[in-house]
Structure formats: C-alpha cells, structure tokens
Design a binder for this molecule. Sequence first.
Ligand code: CP
Ligand code: NVA
Length: 301
Amino acid sequence: MKHLLKMLDLSKEEITDILNLADQLKYEREHGIAHPILQGKSLGMIFQKASTRTRVSFETGMYQLGGNPLFLSSNDLQIGRGEPVQDTARVLSRYLDGIMIRTFAQQEVEDLAKYGSIPIINGLTDFCHPCQVLADLMTIREVKGSFEGLKMCYIGDGNNMANSLIVGGLKVGMEVSIACPSNYQPDSVVIDFAKQNGKFTMTESVLEAASGADVLFTDVWASMGQEDEANERKLVFAGYQINDDVMAAANSGAMVQHCLPAHRGEEITEKVFEAHADEIFREAENRLHAQKAVMVKVMGE
Ligand code: CP
Ligand code: NVA
C-alpha cells in the first residue's frame, strides 16, 4: 500500500490486513511488547484544521513505533502563505519518510501524493476521513466478532464521515443504511459506488434507516469549516439524532459509535452517549492502533 488517500482506493483485502495488524499492535502494546518498526523514520503532520485524536494518535503512535513525528501547523508553514502544494510535496519528500495531512480539499491530498515521492496519509478532508473509519471498523469487529450479517446505520449530515463509512462498511460486507436530509446527501461518487456494491439504502427517515441496525453512527451537524452555517443547520438537522426512539428501532444490543467531538443534545442525546460511552471511547482508543497499522503499511514495508 503506497498511500491512504480515501477508502475508495482500498480493497477489502487491504482493509482486512490493516485491521489485523492494528489488532496485533494493540495486543503487543497491552502486553508490553515493543515494536520499533519505523525506527529512524520521520512523519510530517500538516494540520490546516483543529484536532485532538488525530494529532495525538499519530504523534504518540509514531513515537511508539520508534519514529519521529513532526507537528506542522499550516499557520507556521509557507503553505499557509500560499506556497503551492506541488512545491511543498517535492520539498518535504526530500526530508521526510511520510506525510499525514488534515485539510479542506481532497484535491490537495491527491496532489501531495501526485507530486511528492513519499507516502501520504489523509487525516481528514471535507470529502473523507479514512483513518477514523479504519478505527471504527476495527472497533466493530472487536465488539461484534465479525462483520458477517451486520447492518450499519449512519444518521445525519452526508459529510466526510458518511462518505467514508458508506464505502468502508460496504467493502467489508456490511449492509449500510443512511438517513440524511435531501439537500445534505453524501458525495455523488460515493452514492454511485454504494448503488453498485452491496446492500445500501438512503432515506430521510431516521427510524426507517435505524430499523434492524446493529451499529449506529452519527456525526456533528456542522463540520469544521462550516461554522457560519451552524444556525441554519440546527434547523435542518433537528430530529437527525440518536435517541431512545432510534435505539428502540435498532436491534437489541446495537452498538453506538461517534468519531468525536460530540454535541450532546444535537446529533446524540446525553443519555444514549453515556450509555454507550465504553464503545465510543474504545473507538477513540482504536485510532491509536489503527493509525499505527496504517503508518507501518505505508512507511514500513
Ligand atoms: N475524530 C477525530 O478525527 O478527532 P479529532 O478532530 O480530534 O482529530
Ligand atoms: N465531520 C467532522 C468530523 C470531525 C472528526 C468534521 O469534519 O469536522
């Protein structure tokens, strides 16, 4: 695997390989077994948006793998003053062994991969969040044992999380349903993929989508970069919430997942969030193990 740019690029086998390695790295960490697989290597981490989980999981993960993580805020890089990504890619390729980037446009990530000569990892764009979804799939498999016969449901904005969950869920063989307002649907490329790859339904009805679900996902109503739409979105998304009614429509024992940060009282109630906190924070922990597996796959082999 050369890069991790989006879930659409990964085969089912590549996803399974990453999840298996993530499980192994988690086991080793829990048993005090060191794994300095990336000793002597450096990862640049470019952030054009805020982050808690992605920054800390990559930074500490790289350290645990024996490598050197460099936090590169776009405020301090020349890229933030307009230096073209094509030039940044060619310069950083001469210093580093890999780049993780969190930014707005997916094209910027694709261009880094095109013009650079080192592995590029997408740490979230407006289009997708593959690192998060690999941790989500790891968590589902860990809790449920396998993906066999499971239905995943996503409620809310057809955003970066929706785009990646739909593709990831279908690729590992889950049924996927999504409930979103008609003007806030996932990317058309993702919908086209979904229509041709497995069992996929999209509706405006939250309860219809949640019916018979084994894993329920949601995400914030306004993503990073959409702050000025937040008030309008509160009106549009009212009702697109994981609450007791949604849990009653889902299968008994259904998991709840949230990439975090969560807005209690908006996309999820406090009660449901706290009832499923163990699963949600297990998901957050698995960012560390899944991100380490991704780094080993692209930089260590
Ligand atoms: N879920 C996630 O990516 O969190 P951060 O924005 O804190 O990195
Ligand atoms: N959809 C959210 C995810 C944050 C991890 C955002 O892009 O802000």
